[in-house]
Design a protein around this ligand. Structure first.
Ligand code: BTN
Length: 314
């Protein structure tokens, strides 16, 4: 009903009477008034006069009713411990694919390699539940697909030169705009769910906690709607995954990547290696060339692009 009332208010430039709304929706005028009050309490600026109602402004909050036919997929929280935990509960209880848990702030936001992900107001913090019908070994390609889609959406929508960095960061001019984290459960060797947690610096300023980071606001000098970003991303991801050629994901990713050819330092849980990033293999492993000219494939770790080649083999 909130979506219906907002649709009517948005279809009008001026005032619309409570009576007209009640007739269109076949509900009482008292009921219209109650819904309007709830919308006002949720942050919508709606002028209310004896002549009727006028929508002045909508908050940039990803309320489920703002997502049309995707409404039932959105679980919104003003504040949460971590969207990963709630999404895991939903996934284990059989929620639909493309379910999204999204929050304005996280008290316990998690990054990769056991890091903290500071989650202040203004950023987009979400976990999307995917249920690819593939064996475990293909799971990583879906992570690459998510980075490809989000990177393209950001490029096309905002015009910033977003690039993917192995394994799943999105950078602009070497500064981190977005980080991703995955959690997967399998059943009889097939993926049961793949939850992808995504933090995008939209209108927040992450640089105080993370010096080598940026946000859309900082890059462009204007605010961007988190609601629109989420909606565009969900539509584009569903479309990409429904036509996905598993063999092409990695090549799509490579065309958006800044990593190949760069000197890199890879920090893994048990060791650190340096070399030149040469390629990504079909499963998404990073192939690096070591100082002695041999090649090594890295499946998991953090990648830091170096400015000066410490070890270079032409
Ligand atoms: C990284 O680059 O280290 C990954 C960061 C992932 C952060 C997101 S924010 C939404 C989701 N919930 C979390 O606790 N973490 C992920």
């Amino acid at each position: 009903m909130k979506a219906d009332i907002l649709n009517i208010l948005r279809s009008r430039d001026g005032v619309i009477s409570g009576e007209a709304i009640s007739e269109q929706l076949d509900i009482s005028r008292v009921s219209v008034w109650k819904h309007i009050q709830k919308l006002q309490q949720s942050g919508y600026s709606i002028e209310s006069t004896p002549k009727g109602y006028r929508l002045i402004d909508s908050p940039d909050i990803p309320y489920p009713w703002e997502f049309k036919e995707k409404e039932f997929l959105i679980h919104y929280f003003p504040e949460i411990e971590s969207t990963m935990d709630t999404a895991r509960d939903l996934a284990q209880n059989g929620c639909a694919p493309f379910t999204v848990v999204v929050a304005d702030r996280q008290k316990n936001g998690r990054g990769r390699m056991k890091r903290v992900w500071v989650s202040e107001a203004g950023g987009l913090y979400m976990t999307i539940v995917l249920r690819p019908q593939v064996p475990l070994s293909y799971g990583m390609r879906h992570m690459f697909a998510v980075s490809v889609v989000l990177c393209r959406v950001i490029r096309e929508w905002t015009g910033v030169d977003a690039r993917v960095k192995w394994p799943n960061d999105i950078l602009v001019d070497g500064q981190k705009l977005c980080g991703m984290l995955s959690e997967m459960e399998t059943e009889a060797d097939m993926v049961y769910y793949l939850n992808v947690g995504i933090g995008v610096n939209v209108n927040n300023d992450p640089a105080a906690d993370e010096p080598n980071s940026c946000s859309l606001l900082k890059l462009t000098g204007r605010f961007w709607s988190r609601k629109d970003l989420l909606s565009r991303f969900m539509t584009a991801l569903k479309d990409y995954l429904s036509h996905m050629d598993l063999g092409l994901v990695v090549s799509d990713w490579k065309t958006l990547s800044s990593t190949p050819g760069k000197p890199v330092r890879i920090v893994m849980p048990d060791q650190t290696v340096e070399g030149i990033a040469r390629d990504i293999d079909d499963t998404g492993g990073l192939i690096i060339e070591l100082a002695d000219g041999t090649r090594k494939t890295i499946l998991f770790g953090d990648c830091f692009e170096q400015h000066e080649p410490a070890t270079h083999h032409p």
